[in-house]
Design a protein around this ligand. Structure first.
Ligand SMILES: [Zn+2]
Length: 181
């Protein structure tokens, strides 16, 4: 999808959800354009294909192999996510009566989720009882990621007190290496 087409779709989506037009700018969030294509490699926790942008997919495959060598079985909870999927998550949370500001501190505004770019993965480890909670920082996988993920180009996007204003997400890692480098 061309950049401007994506921007227009994002603007329409925000208007429909009641997100102010300048909201993303006030939080200095970057637009996360979808990749031209992606690679499917393995299945996520819900049995959906893990979809990542090609460079991120290759790097994540290598990361997974290295973790398995250390006896850790990585589980992907979420990977590429469309604009519509993100909008649905926001709509569902708003439908439960949660205030917009609170919802958007946990769920990125549509168009600004790193999951759109195909470079982000939400991670858990096999047997972890409660994925997507701060408990992940107590797992052997998390400890391993803090020591090894940068070797594969992955970094924690939302540490405690992050500038983007998201809650602490120890499970959310994104591929940062420049795919054209
Ligand atoms: Zn995430």
């Amino acid at each position: 999808m061309p950049h401007t087409t994506f921007q227009r779709a994002v603007a329409a989506c925000h208007a429909a959800l009641g997100i102010p037009p300048d909201y993303a700018r006030t939080r200095s969030l970057d637009l996360q354009a979808p990749p031209p294509f992606w690679i499917e490699d393995g299945l996520d926790l819900q049995g959906r294909p893990v979809r990542l942008e090609p460079s991120a997919s290759r790097a994540f495959h290598a990361l997974t192999r290295a973790a398995r060598d250390r006896g850790i079985v990585p589980v992907v909870v979420s990977s590429y996510r469309s604009l519509e999927h993100q909008a649905r998550l926001v709509r569902q949370a708003l439908g439960r009566g949660q205030p917009l500001a609170s919802v958007l501190s946990r769920i990125a505004p549509p168009g600004f989720s790193e999951h759109h770019s195909g470079r982000a993965v939400d991670l858990s480890a096999a047997g972890e009882p409660e994925p997507l909670t701060e408990a992940f920082e107590g797992t052997a996988f998390y400890l391993w990621l803090t020591e090894e993920a940068t070797r594969f180009g992955f970094a924690l996007s939302y540490p405690r007190n992050n500038r983007a204003g998201f809650i602490y997400e120890p499970w959310h890692w994104a591929y940062r290496a420049d795919p054209t480098a």
